[in-house]
Ligand binder design. Structure first.
Ligand code: ZN
Length: 311
């Protein structure tokens, strides 16, 4: 018997000739003893049911979702969370069917600050992912969130205030037919927007002057169509969800940005290390006793030393 279609997910189990009448009962509404009893009513002996359950569990094909947790979830919300749970339990290989993950997400608040299609799409995606996402507002209003998603170009004064509040944030913008997701800033730990501006100024002495003129302004019309907005919003939501899940996927935007430059279809990662001249303190925090910089988080899987995504 094979469960699943794609060879990267599917498991094939032998010795399951009588399994169908037991598997039919595995819809999450019965506990172990109830399954054994009901299978018995259909003529399946206890030892056979136990063996089938053991084989399925060994193959990672059955998850033990805490029934207590589902009992208090309204049916409508349960229906909405089912795809989230199914994805989480497959991707994270949780044996609890995503229960602990849902608990983490519902206790994590993410606020989206900014206007326009990207901000609206990100808020929608976060809500659908089971995150306590709040609508748009100014960064200062949102400073109680676990993570603040900042959509659009930010003024240095605003990001300095977030540093003072020690507010983690994920910066994102889409303009000039380029989408940029990141950095995900843990103040004092990973490179902040000012670290990046200092690095850019080293390469381009005119950058501080351009930056001063950018604050609070956006291109009209914005060079961001509906498809780019959706792509940027999806990547942003994936990073925010990974932050809530404490998944290594969020490392992609720690000390880095993910960038999509149209007409390319491929997201590329750029590494931005904490800058020694930045007041955020992330460079000092990353230094070990020998005075050498040691990144706060490891480079994510699938990337080479230069931080570029492997094809
Ligand atoms: Zn900094």
């Amino acid at each position: 018997m094979q469960i699943g279609v794609d060879p990267r997910r599917a498991v094939a189990i032998s010795g399951m000739a009588t399994a169908s009448s037991v598997i039919r009962l595995l819809d999450g509404s019965r506990d172990r003893e109830q399954i054994i009893a009901e299978a018995g009513q259909h003529g399946v002996p206890r030892e056979v049911t136990e063996r089938i359950l053991a084989l399925l569990a060994a193959a990672g094909a059955v998850v033990d979702f805490p029934a207590e947790m589902l009992r208090f979830v309204p049916p409508e919300l349960r229906q909405r969370l089912m795809p989230v749970l199914a994805t989480a339990s497959l991707a994270a290989q949780d044996s609890d069917g995503g229960a602990s993950l849902i608990a983490r997400r519902s206790s994590c608040t993410v606020q989206v600050s900014g206007r326009g299609p990207v901000a609206a799409l990100v808020a929608d995606l976060l809500t659908s992912s089971g995150l306590a996402a709040a609508g748009t507002g100014s960064p200062q209003e949102a400073s109680q969130a676990d993570l603040l998603v900042l959509v659009g170009r930010q003024s240095p004064a605003e990001t300095a205030e977030l540093l003072r509040l020690r507010q983690p944030y994920l910066a994102v913008y889409a303009e000039e037919a380029i989408g940029v997701v990141g950095p995900l800033v843990r103040p004092g730990v990973t490179a902040c927007l000012r670290c990046i501006d200092l690095a850019k100024a080293e390469r381009d002495p005119a950058w501080p002057l351009i930056l001063a003129q950018l604050a609070g302004r956006c291109a009209d019309p914005p060079g961001c169509d509906a498809v780019l907005a959706a792509a940027v919003a999806a990547q942003t939501a994936a990073q925010a969800v990974a932050f809530a899940d404490r998944s290594h996927q969020a490392d992609a935007t720690a000390n880095g940005t993910l960038e999509l430059v149209l007409p390319s279809w491929q997201w590329r990662r750029r590494t931005w290390l904490p800058h020694p001249a930045c007041a955020c303190g992330s460079h000092q925090a990353g230094q070990d006793r020998t005075g050498q910089y040691r990144p706060a988080s490891r480079e994510p899987e699938g990337m080479n030393a230069a931080g570029e995504l492997r094809p």
